[in-house]
Design a binder for this molecule. Structure first.
Ligand SMILES: Nc1ncnc2c1ncn2[C@@H]1O[C@H](COP(=O)(O)OP(=O)(O)OP(=O)(O)O)[C@@H](O)[C@H]1O
Length: 954
């Protein structure tokens, strides 16, 4: 089989640079991602047109008629790569409405899941049919539009003959004269009002802007209110002939087209809003629809693919506003769709995205090249003077000077883009929106034995050996090796998700959750959350994993809905509405790319991201579906990773990218990024006994408290066991003694006061005996003895035992011994007190006893959650006397319990607080370095100004 045609090295380099790769060469970039990116470039450049890759073998081209994401079957292959290669952008557009994740453009990230050769022959029930919900109908057909307007006016008790937007005093006038209807203004949050004003300021200049508020903060609502206010104000435009709002195009992902229509109907009902897509109500010639909406000065909502498809019809006409929703889709400057949207010469261009920079600084350049063409100079100048120094300063091996230069250049860049970028984070506006608390943790799950075995075997396969032998030397020039690297990574990821995705088993056991470490964790989480009454969004990357989940959820009788690329566009909004409105659905199963963009799923308060994406924004987008305006409950998000595997590297890469983005968009003084791994790191697997995932060591300070606590507990037990050597007889004697004591302490209470006194007397005798015995022991043995006692006492307090590793020296042993004894004595006192109380209670009347039971059922701590006995629950601390504990919310307590449970029973070996990982420490900067760095930043600015002269279309 021939290797694919090589693209010329310049093209490759360009692609790499768009992924932030070219600058430092191989040493500081992960090779696997370069392979991935370059392969993506092949996809976009059609250099390996329609070939499929199977275990390193590039197979024959798929038929020329293959539509995007169409499932193909190629015989005699075993381990199928889970993606398809698009023929080209047009082929994607021509696909039917129900066959694609991606009615938007196949961007560089869009290597799609297509098929497996052997489809898992699992008997599947289809997910529950959603309840019927009101379908959003657009205004493409005049009769629909008129009848909607009529009902609206009737509702408003207004006359149909009135002006489209009535001129009354019922508005808020902003500086510069914009009148915002009060019915909208009063509904906006303060920061949204600022957003509307910012849009108005931009409108008065011949420039565009990027509304980059964090996801779910209401970017759509702000833009619609602004457009509505423009129309309401009816002021003539300085830069074109329109009065009020002229014809407008909104480009967005397929899934949110209907959401836009709905928002327009709610916030600006008088506008005529038509969907330019086969899922819209207009089924005639699309060119006719385009002309009609343009003439009526309406709003045309279409997809990124739609822009390509109808580009010539759309470009014939002049548009007032051109708006890109989820505008990061044009982050790659060399894709067709990016070039297409940049060809539109509208006076006003806006972009909405919650993740303006996902992988590298070139992306940011590409976005601003749309909204403010030429403002950041040409790409080469930008890369040389901004992207390079910022990136250089971010690596762990950067010199202090490089670091400070990066800081200065990043600050300069931030200053340049600030007037045209409005970005607010949820944390900043929390006072306004009052979002409920969010916890986001990364859980490191152990592989099952089967997975580990498979993973190891694959690592030792010829394919991986070949990569490691050839790859290090020739990956740069050998695209075949790059393709192999990609295939290998994909296979490893499959094993991490579920071994059956890699190696199909018999039908009966296909997809059993017990075969996958992460699925065992999912199973435990879903079980507990259902009991707690939480509803869950379960995100996964691939459709085949979705099938495994579907099978599992059916077996476990969960009620669920599902949305992936095969879900027809027209039914997606219905599914979303059904899930939000019908609380009987436990779970919404979604692919990250389809379900992660733009939609509202506040009906759920729990989110699982089953497998990490290379792009941090993809996972963040997914989590934001639940944690957004409208959410009433605390939200918990778990990102699952298989410990020690390639998934950890992917997560580390995510963090790296996120920190780079934060440096420019949030705080230039973000700390260093860490060095990425090399090829050997990718294809390795630490020993199973090494149960501390690498990532938890890198971000030690971000480890969740509960993990520390459990680790301490473990150490306390194991240390003692390994440090001291006792003869078996001695151990036995100590055990017996300790057991005897603990039995006497925790045994059934005496029936009356006299019996209790007798018991105390017996205890005193035992203590005396014990003291005699202790005289014969060494200090270390005393420690061990005390520990043993505490373990038998089986109370929480034994966790407070100091766990310092004893070296066995006499002094330390004595120290530790005295501490242990103190803890022990406290325990004993507490137990006695509780026994006494119990005894008193027994002497109380039955009524009093009943009332006490009622109370205790509220604060029950023994293996119960909300009154339910939960399997595997050891203990649940609801210590009323601890003020710290009292401050924790119910949700925090539930989360803590769940984590404890997962650590103890379900193979989770580490957990990180995701937000803490991303909050880097700040570096002190000396004055001298600062002035040198500022000089460099000034030079960068000069270079940019020169480049601007040629390019900026202000
Ligand atoms: N002022 C407001 N009053 C009531 N609801 C609001 C307000 N602002 C936003 N919302 C609601 O919050 C939700 C999120 O808003 P929207 O979809 O506009 O956010 P977004 O920033 O565009 O999100 P994404 O980036 O995910 O697309 C929507 O359901 C919207 O109706």
């Amino acid at each position: 089989m021939d290797p694919p045609n090589l693209t010329n090295q310049e093209d490759l380099q360009q692609c790499l640079s768009s992924e932030g790769i070219h600058i430092w060469g191989a040493t500081q970039e992960t090779l696997e991602e370069q392979a991935l990116n370059e392969l993506k470039l092949f996809v976009e450049e059609n250099t390996i047109n329609n070939k499929e890759i199977n275990n390193g073998t590039l197979l024959e081209p798929i038929s020329a008629n293959t539509s995007f994401c169409e499932e193909q079957s190629i015989a005699n292959s075993t381990h199928k790569l889970d993606f398809c290669i698009t023929k080209d952008d047009e082929s994607e557009i021509s696909c039917s409405s129900n066959d694609s994740d991606t009615d938007y453009i196949p961007s560089e990230d869009e290597i799609k899941t297509v098929k497996v050769l052997k489809k898992p022959k699992v008997k599947r029930k289809s997910p529950c049919n959603p309840l019927k919900s009101v379908k959003v109908v657009d205004d493409a057909l005049d009769e629909n539009y008129n009848s909607r307007l009529q009902s609206y006016y009737e509702e408003q008790e207004q006359n149909l003959e009135e002006l489209r937007v009535e001129d009354s005093k019922d508005y808020k006038k902003l500086k510069g004269g914009l009148k915002v209807p009060k019915k909208n203004w009063t509904r906006l949050y303060e920061y949204q009002k600022e957003g509307v004003f910012w849009l108005w300021e931009l409108h008065q200049k011949p420039c565009g802007g990027l509304l980059g508020d964090e996801m779910g903060l209401g970017k759509t609502v702000q833009v619609i209110t602004f457009l509505y206010a423009l129309e309401y104000t009816r002021s003539p435009s300085k830069y074109c002939d329109y009065v009020g709002l002229g014809p407008t195009i909104i480009v967005c992902p397929t899934t949110v087209m209907h959401q836009w229509v709905r928002h327009f109907h709610e916030w600006a009902p008088e506008f005529q809003v038509a969907i330019l897509h086969q899922s819209g109500s207009y089924q005639g010639q699309k060119s006719t629809l385009i002309k009609k909406i343009h003439k009526n000065k309406g709003i045309l909502v279409t997809t990124y693919a739609g822009i390509l498809k109808y580009k010539s019809n759309l470009r014939e006409l002049s548009w007032h506003y051109f708006i890109l929703d989820e505008g990061h889709k044009i982050r790659n400057p060399s894709t067709k769709v990016t070039m297409a949207v940049k060809e539109f010469q509208t006076p006003h261009k806006l972009m909405l995205t919650g993740s303006p920079m996902q992988n590298n600084l070139t992306e940011l350049w590409s976005l601003f090249d749309f909204t403010n063409p030429g403002m950041l100079g040409d790409l080469a100048t930008f890369n040389e003077h901004f992207a390079t120094p910022i990136l250089q300063g971010g690596f762990t091996n950067a010199t202090p000077m490089q670091e400070v230069t990066a800081l200065s250049v990043a600050s300069t860049l931030k200053t340049i883009i600030s007037p045209f970028l409005l970005r607010r984070m949820k944390q900043e506006v929390q006072d306004h929106i009052q979002l409920p608390h969010k916890t986001e943790q990364v859980l490191f799950c152990s592989l099952t034995d089967e997975q580990r075995q498979l993973y190891k075997e694959y690592l030792m396969s010829d394919q991986v050996n070949c990569i490691l032998e050839k790859g290090v030397k020739s990956w740069k020039s050998d695209n075949f090796v790059k393709a192999n690297i990609l295939v290998a990574i994909t296979n490893l990821r499959k094993i991490c998700n579920h071994p059956d995705l890699f190696e199909n088993e018999t039908e009966d056991s296909f997809g059993s959750y017990k075969k996958s470490g992460k699925m065992i964790v999912v199973s435990a989480l879903l079980k507990i959350w259902k009991k707690q009454g939480h509803r869950t969004l379960l995100f996964s990357q691939g459709r085949f994993m979705m099938r495994v989940f579907e099978n599992f959820l059916n077996q476990q009788s969960y009620k669920f809905l599902k949305m992936d690329g095969s879900t027809s566009v027209s039914s997606r909004q219905k599914l979303i509405d059904s899930f939000n409105s019908d609380s009987s659905y436990d779970i919404f199963l979604l692919t990250t790319k389809v379900g992660g963009l733009g939609i509202n799923l506040t009906g759920a308060s729990r989110v699982i991201i089953y497998d990490p994406d290379w792009n941090p924004a993809t996972d963040t987008q997914a989590r934001e579906r639940a944690w957004r305006i409208g959410q009433k409950k605390s939200v918990t998000i778990y990102r699952l990773l298989s410990a020690g595997t390639v998934e950890e590297k992917i997560y580390q890469r995510q963090v790296w990218k996120q920190l780079l983005s934060n440096k420019v968009l949030i705080d230039p003084n973000t700390n260093k990024f860490f060095k990425s791994s090399d090829l050997f790191d990718l294809f390795s697997l630490p020993d199973a006994t090494n149960n501390k995932p690498e990532t938890t060591n890198i971000f030690r300070e971000s480890r969740v408290k509960i993990q520390e606590k459990l680790d301490e507990k473990k150490r306390a037990t194991t240390t003692t066991k390994t440090q001291f050597q006792f003869s078996p007889d001695k151990v036995q004697a100590m055990r017996e003694l300790a057991q005897k004591i603990s039995k006497s302490l925790s045994g059934p209470s005496a029936p009356n006061k006299n019996a209790y006194q007798l018991e105390l007397e017996e205890e005193r005798q035992q203590k005396l005996q014990e003291r005699e015995k202790l005289k014969l022991l060494t200090p270390q043995e005393i420690i061990e003895f005390n520990r043993e006692k505490l373990l038998h006492v089986e109370k929480d307090e034994h966790n407070k035992l100091d766990d310092r590793v004893s070296t066995g020296t006499f002094e330390e042993a004595l120290n530790e011994s005295s501490k242990t004894s103190t803890v022990y004595n406290k325990v004993v006192k507490k137990i006695k007190f509780s026994q006494l109380r119990e005894l008193k209670n027994k002497l109380k009347s039955p009524e009093e006893e009943n009332s006490k039971k009622r109370k205790s059922s509220i604060t029950d701590t023994s293996g119960k959650i909300d009154g339910e006995l939960v399997e595997g629950l050891l203990k649940r601390e609801t210590n009323k006397s601890s003020s710290k504990r009292q401050k924790l919310s119910k949700s925090d307590n539930q989360d803590n319990y769940i984590l404890e449970h997962l650590f103890m029973k379900k193979g989770v070996s580490g957990a990180l607080e995701h937000d803490v990982v991303l909050n880097g420490a700040k570096k002190p900067v000396t004055l001298k370095m600062r002035s040198c760095a500022d000089e460099k930043a000034l030079k960068s600015l000069e270079a940019l100004k020169k480049s601007r002269l040629k390019n900026w279309k202000w």
